[in-house]
Design a protein around this ligand. Structure first.
Ligand code: NAD
Length: 441
């Protein structure tokens, strides 16, 4: 089979590379010329464990190609995936200009039967808009050309994207024709043979499944953060409460860790978009509106804890931050809690010195030199009055207490991910604040 994947970001590049790994010939397309020039040289634009090797291997095997020309990628393609961004519009709805732009361009050049699959996360009804945009271009050209549209939302997680794509919990496909179903069955056959189920359904159900999945996960996080706040007030320990509820198989123990709030390119925008869709249909998704509200507040929690410790006076204080990406194993800082915390600290008159194992360049690109950049985790703590752990990268888990004591001016740690133990902190002479557990202060 031969496929075209349009948009070579997190989703498109991983999708294309993983399909190539199964033996399919793949052309990855992007409008970003620099990105494509770099990919041709073997330079991967994102940090994703294992992706470099997989790209290299499939390029060498002659199964993976990169181009800026969507037209060239169409030659003999059986399936085209649209994997471009769908950022939030001003009103929170998904901005479909990139998706529909691709559909239009496909219509300008299509000259054989193909299945056009939307992999981007899009609101219900988008696949039909894709169909119309493509058909309008065919009509303008005055040609009759059969094609099908389908929906195939992606569930991969940044930081574990290869594994998630190659070993998915399920593959969701929305189709409206037998031909499209057969084509997608053929493409995903290696995955199904490896025991990963494929669920065929109608297109609207497939489109909504993606939003419902992300909304449910965001709900679990906000629920647990809300319970953590209550734990602090009543003197309970959220770690025990989490274990206590997680061992109930109806609840499960995944995604019930409290923290500094959810971020990233998906949960915030997808929760907004499903709320917006629902509002359009006159149905208010009250639960998700609260999920959003709780999350916005949660992103400020670390700031409030350290601000309270210094009695509301952070002016002139030096604060070290560990972790900038919205979660470990990615350099993605979109909607990261660190951005909110840094802004609040700077507004309160503190100076901020940061360290992240991979997101430093991304941070320079996003916020420039409003913070100081450290060369490693301990360098960030030099003369710091307090250390804020925002992202739970593995390298932060084991602390060198003597070194921290020597380097830091104040011995205060605010742990936004509950990765340290209050007792251990106390015995090493640190004032320690965490989420939903008693501080040792
Ligand atoms: P991204 O911003 O990393 O990549 C999008 C790419 O599309 C960019 O490289 C951009 O240059 C390119 N592009 C835009 N218009 C184009 C055009 N007309 N032709 C060719 N290329 C074009 O985005 P992403 O994180 O990969 O997300 C893509 C979609 O997948 C979104 O809808 C997102 O919600 C969804 N999604 C993302 C994740 C994730 O973890 N990032 C997971 C599941 C689903």
């Amino acid at each position: 089979m031969k496929i075209s994947v349009v948009g070579s970001g997190y989703v498109g590049l991983v999708t294309g590379t993983c399909f190539a790994e199964t033996g399919v010939t793949v052309t990855c397309v992007d409008i970003d010329q620099k990105k494509i020039a770099n990919l041709k040289k073997g330079i991967i634009p994102i940090y994703e464990p294992g992706l470099d090797d997989l790209v290299k291997r499939n390029v060498e095997k002659g199964r993976l190609f990169f181009t800026t020309s969507l037209k060239d990628s169409l030659v003999d393609a059986d399936v085209l995936f649209i994997a471009v961004g769908t950022p939030p519009d001003e009103d929170g709805s998904a901005d479909l200009k990139y998706v529909l732009g691709v559909a239009k361009e496909v219509g300008m050049y299509l000259d054989h039967y193909m299945v056009v699959v939307t992999k981007s996360t899009v609101p219900v009804g988008t696949s039909h808009k894709v169909k119309k945009a493509l058909q309008d271009e065919l009509n303008k050209r005055g040609i009759i050309q059969q094609f099908d549209v389908a929906s195939n939302p992606e569930f991969l997680k940044e930081g574990n994207a290869i594994e998630d794509f190659l070993k998915p919990d399920r593959i969701v496909c929305g189709v409206e024709s037998e031909e499209a179903k057969i084509m997608l069955e053929k493409l995903y056959k290696p995955f199904v043979l490896n025991g990963h189920p494929i669920l065929f359904m109608d297109i609207p159900s497939s489109e909504l499944t993606k939003y419902a999945a992300n909304a449910m996960l965001a709900t679990k996080i906000s629920f647990m953060n809300d319970i953590a706040s209550l734990c602090e007030l009543v003197g309970a320990d959220v770690n025990w409460v989490r274990k206590g509820i997680g061992s109930d198989s109806r609840i499960g123990n995944k995604f019930i860790y409290p923290g500094a709030g959810y971020g990233g390119s998906c949960f915030p925008k997808d929760v907004k978009a499903i709320i917006r869709t629902s509002d359009e249909y006159g149905h208010s998704l009250k639960i998700l509106k609260s999920v959003e509200e709780v999350n916005d507040k949660q992103k400020e929690v670390l700031f409030h804890k350290i601000n309270k410790h210094f009695n509301g006076n952070l002016k002139g204080k030096k604060i070290a931050i560990w972790g900038l990406s919205f979660k470990p194993n990615t350099d993605d800082m979109r909607e990261a809690p660190a951005l909110v915390i840094i802004k609040m600290l700077l507004e309160a008159g503190a100076t901020v010195r940061v360290y992240d194992p991979v997101a430093m360049q991304e941070s320079v690109h996003r916020i420039g030199n409003i913070v100081e950049y450290a060369t490693d985790a301990y360098d960030a703590t030099i003369d710091a009055d307090a250390l804020l752990l925002v992202t739970e990268w593995s390298e932060f888990r084991m602390l060198n207490f003597p070194m921290l004591k020597k380097l830091m001016r104040g011995h205060v740690i605010v742990d936004g991910r509950n990765i340290y133990e209050p007792e251990e902190m106390k015995s090493n002479g640190f004032v320690y604040y965490c989420i939903g557990r008693k501080p040792n202060a």
